[in-house]
Design a protein around this ligand. Structure first.
Ligand code: 5GP
Length: 188
């Protein structure tokens, strides 16, 4: 996706050797024209989706941008925290966060995943694949099926994409980062 690649080149910031900071257009401030294009691009890659599943927080906007192309399918986001309003009847799994270096329990209320659902998993980044694998686990617990995994940016030098493909999943990314080195980004 050319617009995304331009944005990454222009405004992405490299932190160390493996983190790309894109808070001026994806993770904090959101470029809504780009959001719209990302939604269209990801939706062009997957068919027969009845529901979108993501993880809070950054995946939510992108999941909604994708959902409109499936007749405004519902978006369900896995929650990282429990509150007074959280149901106890949940599918739950643990996910190691690449950026926070911490393991979280994430959950989805059982009412929002059904065995007949055909789920498209969406996230902002794919790195080691832990977030995606956690969401797949939740979908499997509900006996729903995974149509595929769509991400905004994947880091091709980390194993997430290959892990998911080896498990038989269809994975699509809007942009692939091949290398982060000396403050500069190499894109596929
Ligand atoms: P994974 O679970 O695939 O290792 O990492 C994906 C999750 O970690 C995403 O949900 C994303 O929030 C975060 N993440 C991983 N790598 C990066 C990165 O380079 N930049 C940012 N902003 N987030 C990342």
């Amino acid at each position: 996706m050319d617009l995304l690649k331009e944005k990454i080149k222009e405004s992405g910031k490299v932190i160390g050797s493996n983190i790309l900071k894109v808070d001026s257009f994806i993770n904090h401030q959101i470029d809504t024209k780009l959001l719209d294009e990302i939604g269209r691009f990801i939706a062009s890659k997957f068919q027969n989706v009845t529901k979108i599943v993501t993880i809070e927080t950054s995946g939510i906007a992108f999941a909604c941008a994708v959902a409109r192309y499936y007749d405004f399918a519902p978006v369900v986001f896995a929650k990282k925290t429990k509150s007074a309003t959280t149901s106890n009847d949940v599918y739950e799994t643990s996910v190691y966060s690449f950026t926070k270096k911490q393991t979280f329990n994430v959950s989805i209320d059982k009412r929002f995943l059904n065995d007949y659902d055909r789920i498209l998993i969406i996230d902002d980044f794919l790195a080691d694949g832990n977030a995606a694998l956690g969401l797949i686990d939740l979908v499997n617990q509900a006996k729903a099926s995974v149509v595929g995994i769509g991400v905004v940016i994947e880091k091709g030098f980390q194993p997430g994409h290959q892990k998911l493909v080896d498990l038989g999943y269809h994975v699509e990314a809007c942009a692939t980062v091949l290398k982060l080195e000396n403050g500069s980004v190499t894109l596929k």
